[in-house]
Design a protein around this ligand. Structure first.
Ligand SMILES: [Ca+2]
Ligand SMILES: [Ca+2]
Ligand SMILES: [Ca+2]
Length: 328
């Protein structure tokens, strides 16, 4: 088996954690201080720009039943936005953010949620998600690289349906480290072109894979297993970014992470691939510690690719331009 093991020399160093200037003002919507159970559209002096149907609420309001952090939270009703220019980013460094979301839950008229997404300078960093439950849930953005010291962070809700609103609170932006790839091994399928080292950068140099001959009825024609080293046993954030493509539009890419608490691989991502390079982001902010080997302080990732339709011909190719793994 030694010949199939293709260890990769770590090219990406682990950055030194450092104290960081505040990049986001009023991240918990505690300013301006409203009266108990009060609320207002478009509050002034909040550091955020609000659309006319977005605002801040306090405590037990027509919008919700209390904050995650402090006593106040933001709300976005129907199709609306709130945004802020974040500052003090370090050029070329990687960042991500977490926040909490839940649906409108004030018992005042309809209690319905509305799909929410987040953009950074117009690029989606949190995909549109419809979270329609009356309990706060933590959510996490993609990792993103600062291309200047400031950027516009915007939360947007759609569609424009009366009485629907989403609440948000306690946004935390933090620097993330890019983890070195300890190893990346092809455990099912055969090499068509390139080497596993080709996944280290988004440079259109590919690790190109194809199914084993005669694997028509095989459930998992291609499986890649990776190990990423991190420097903590208890991260608050993990994400995998895979830039990949398929030669046919019916290939499915399933991303799994090994759960060291239950000793099974959990499916954390499932996408149909495109014929040109596309980035898949998988973000873990709910109990990320369960995915870290507490002794080796590493994360095990598995990527499976198969065809979603019959016949399972083996004339197709799967190619990976880059796999990047981020943690905090
Ligand atoms: Ca708050
Ligand atoms: Ca590419
Ligand atoms: Ca590459």
């Amino acid at each position: 088996m030694k010949t199939r093991l293709l260890p990769i020399v770590a090219l990406i160093g682990i950055g030194v954690a450092h104290s960081q200037a505040q990049v986001l003002s009023n991240p918990s919507f505690e300013s301006p201080s409203l009266s108990t159970n009060g609320w207002t559209y478009e509050p002034l002096n909040a550091s955020w720009r609000f659309d006319p149907m977005a605002g801040i609420a306090n405590g037990d309001s027509p919008w919700g039943r209390g904050a995650v952090q402090g006593t106040q939270y933001g709300f976005l009703q129907r199709n609306s936005e709130l945004d802020q220019t974040i500052t003090s980013l370090s050029l070329g460094h990687n960042y991500a953010f977490t926040f909490w979301m839940m649906r409108r839950n004030g018992g005042f008229g309809a209690d319905n949620g509305v799909p929410l997404k987040a953009l950074l300078d117009g690029s989606i960093v949190f995909p549109q998600i419809f979270y329609d439950l009356p309990t706060w849930k933590i959510a996490g953005s993609h990792a993103f690289t600062a291309s200047s010291s400031s950027a516009l962070l915007k939360f947007v809700t759609l569609p424009d349906i009366e009485d629907r609103a989403e609440l948000i609170d306690d946004i935390k932006i933090f620097e993330v480290q890019r983890a070195p790839v300890a190893s990346m091994v092809l455990t099912s399928g055969i090499l068509a072109n390139g080497t596993s080292g080709d996944i280290l950068a988004s440079d259109d140099v590919y690790w190109s894979l194809k199914p084993e001959p005669g694997s028509d009825q095989v459930t998992t024609p291609i499986r890649v297993a990776g190990v990423f080293g991190i420097s903590t046993a208890s991260p608050r954030y993990l994400s995998v970014q895979i830039e990949s493509a398929a030669s046919t539009g019916v290939l499915r890419q399933v991303v799994k992470l090994y759960n060291f608490q239950t000793n099974i691989f959990d499916t954390v991502g499932n996408t149909v691939l495109l014929s040109s390079d596309n980035r898949t982001h998988v973000v873990v902010v709910s109990n990320p510690t369960s995915y870290v080997d507490p002794l080796a302080m590493s994360v095990r990732c598995q990527i499976q690719v198969d065809k979603t339709s019959f016949p399972r011909s083996n004339s197709w190719r799967y190619r990976i331009d880059e796999i990047a793994f981020f943690w905090n």
